[in-house]
Design a protein around this ligand. Structure first.
Ligand code: EPU
Length: 418
């Protein structure tokens, strides 16, 4: 077992470059497997979720080689298996993309109901309704989603709750389906756009990605493509918040600033000095911060994947801050852990009410999910004394070389075996 041990109290200062977006990579890799030739994808993070997805694809017959610099070559030629392995899929939500990919590529898919972060019930009913709209027959039995279709047919489908995963899964399936499919109320996240751009390079005609109506003219003749993944706005946001929380000064190089507008607006409201230009995005906290109110929302709103991190920052901001979570009902797993460190947080329904304390104190805590783990890191960096974070597999699912990057900003931390 490993722990991440952090000695708090050092302001983070410096610059860093984030990896390609984890959630784009998972979708783009699934898209690459729609073709029976080679795609080359750059900027892929070596985080555990990506490695798990590559294992799933290898077990289905694809070949995947990833370099240390994040260059992935994926060859879908040998992909013939239509049953995805339970032991791999249960580890992450994005394994559900195998359903859209296999259904479109092989006409049948058996994919375990996915696992992933324990942040809400996270059903797949929207995905199933979407596949049915495309003409598939779908059942869930014995813990698997089983779908088949002789031929998928184009359709118009209203995506409930502008679900990111549903939008991506249907983009995958529709891209290999002859005719024009229209997705209404599609998710507008940059990761959806990234996937759409890649599918267009493969030969599908995707229009409107980034708006709530996306049309896809699919073709059975998808080819492999070469592409570079966009920078990870959630990883970047995590380091920007960590910089602000420690009263430091952090520049994220190469980040696309409009991907983090909602975060930068809230940081500015809190008294952080923010600069965004062609070089990247810089956040500097010279003075005491002010409490803020945050509502999470689908893009371009404030990302739910930055909620726990911002809560960790606000835990030591004098006054009363409020975070309302509108996407995942159980995103509050981090609250008990922050309380161990002395935070004063009350949860009332979908809302966390945070009363800032003068300082947090280091403690043993758990990374209960990916972003809750990131919140523990931010709390540990600000705390007095030593924080030892357990369940690092959750952090490793989403963050590549976290310790190296933080050390480069001056943090004092190390991973120890216990
Ligand atoms: N939902 C349903 N039924 C469905 C699908 C979704 O009820 O069939 C609900 C969900 O329970 C949730 C809402 O719809 O309340 C939105 O969920 P969405 O489908 O958008 O989320 P997702 O695709 O499962 C992705 C990211 C998450 C991120 C959310 C929201 C990936 C692999 N995961 O999840 O990322 O929080 O979108 O932006 O892209 C993370 O990276 O740590 C992470 C959890």
């Amino acid at each position: 077992m490993e722990r991440l041990v952090i000695e708090g109290g050092t302001p983070l200062r410096g610059r860093l470059r984030v990896t390609g977006a984890k959630n784009s990579s998972l979708a783009v890799i699934a898209a690459a497997a729609l073709a029976s030739d080679v795609s080359v994808i750059e900027n892929v993070p070596r985080c555990q979720d990506v490695l798990t997805l590559l294992e799933i694809l290898r077990s289905l017959g694809a070949q995947a080689e990833m370099s240390d610099t994040g260059r992935l070559e994926l060859d879908g030629a040998g992909l013939t298996g239509h049953v995805a392995a339970y032991d791999l899929c249960r580890r992450m939500r994005a394994s559900i993309y195998m359903a859209g990919m296999l259904l479109a590529r092989l006409g049948r898919a058996e994919v375990p109901l996915p696992g992933g972060c324990v942040i809400g019930s996270r059903p797949v009913d929207f995905h199933i309704r979407g596949f049915e709209a495309l003409g598939a027959q779908v059942v869930t039995e014995h813990g698997f989603l089983k779908a088949h279709a002789q031929h998928l047919v184009p359709a118009t489908f209203y995506v409930p709750r502008s679900s990111v995963g549903t939008t991506i899964n249907l983009l995958l399936a529709a891209s290999r389906t002859a005719g024009v499919t229209t997705l209404q109320n599609a998710a507008r996240e940059p990761e959806v756009v990234d996937t759409a751009v890649f599918l267009s390079l493969m030969g599908a005609r995707v229009r409107g990605a980034g708006t709530s109506t996306v049309t896809v003219e699919g073709t059975a003749d998808l080819r492999g493509a070469t592409y570079a993944i966009i920078p990870d706005r959630i990883e970047a946001g995590t380091y920007l918040i960590a910089g602000a929380a420690t009263h430091g000064d952090v520049l994220i190089e190469g980040l696309i600033s409009e991907h983090v507008t909602a975060l930068l607006t809230k940081l500015t409201d809190a008294g952080v000095t923010v600069e965004a230009d062609a070089a990247g995005v810089r956040a500097r906290a010279d003075a005491d911060l002010r409490p803020i109110d945050v509502d999470t929302a689908p893009y371009p709103g404030f990302a739910t994947d930055l909620h726990p991190q911002v809560a960790a920052m606000l835990a030591t901001v004098a006054g009363r801050s409020v975070i309302r979570e509108t996407i995942f009902e159980k995103r509050f797993g981090y609250v008990d852990e922050l309380r161990r460190m002395g935070a004063e947080i009350r949860v009332d329904g979908d809302t966390a009410i945070i009363t800032g304390v003068p300082h947090l104190s280091g403690a043993p805590v758990d990374a209960v999910d990916i972003r809750a783990g990131a919140a523990m890191v931010i709390a540990g960096l600000q705390a007095r004394g030593e924080t030892a974070i357990a369940n690092l597999e959750n952090l490793d699912r989403g963050y590549e070389r976290l310790e190296d990057k933080l050390r480069g900003l001056g943090a004092r931390l190390q991973r120890v075996r216990v």
